[in-house]
Design a protein around this ligand. Sequence first.
Ligand code: ZN
Length: 257
Amino acid sequence: MIRVTIFNEFVQERLGRHNFDFLGEWSEENRIKMTERADEIAKAHEGGAIHDTLKKIVEETGDVCVKHIRSVDMPECGLTEEVLEDTDVLLWWSHIAQEQVPYEVALRVRDHVQRGMGVIFLHSAHMCRPMQLLLGTSCTLRWREGDKERLWCANPTHPIAKGVPECVYLEEEEMYGEFFDIPKPDELIFIGGFEGGEVFRSGCVWNRGYGKVFYFQPGHETYRSYFNPDIRRIIQNGVHYVANTEQRLKTLECLPV
Ligand code: ZN
C-alpha cells in the first residue's frame, strides 16, 4: 500500500463563514463575495472540499490509502515529523495561504523529499514554500481565469502518461503561461496550450536527493478538471511514480569513510 498524505490548505472552501485571522477584517460585501466563491467550489467538488476529491482520486486504484489529511490552520500545518515519516507521497494543494506555512514546516517537507518521500504539487501550489525550496526558483508564472486548455503529452512512454491520450481537452481551466520560473525539469511530460495562445510546462518531474517532485497544473478550485478521467489517471500515475517505498534515508548527513 502506498501511504498518501493530502495537504489541502482548506481556506477558500470555508471563506466567508470561517474567520481566518491572517486575512484581516472583511467588509460585508467582501464576505458575501467570498461565501459565493466558497459555494462555487463546493459545487465543483460535489459538496465536498478539494481534499475529498483528491482522496477519491488516489484511492480509486486500490493500492493507495490516504493516511492523513492536513490543513494550514492546524498546528505546524499538521505536518509533523511523525506524519511525514508515515507518508510515501505527499499531495499538496494550496493557493491564498501559502505564506501561512511556516518555513520550519516547509524545510521539514523539503528534507523528507530529499530523504525519499515523493511529493506532488497541484495547480496553484506552484508558489508554496516547499516547492520553492525544493526547486530554488520563484516559480512565478502568468495566469488568467476562464480559459480552455489542451493538455498535450510530450513524453508518451513516461509512466505518468500511461493510458493517457495524446491530448486531453479541458472545457474550463485557468490559463497558466510561460515564463514559468522553474529549473529545467528532469522530465517534461505535459505541455498545456490555451485559447489565448499561451503555452505552459504543465507536467514536470524533478529528482531531489532520493525523492521525486511532480508538478501538475490543471485543478483550478471552481472548475471540474479533477473529474476528468484522464486528469484523474495522471494524478494516480503520478502517485505511483513518485512513491519510493524502498530507499528512504533516516537522516541527511555526510558519511565519513
Ligand atoms: Zn486556480
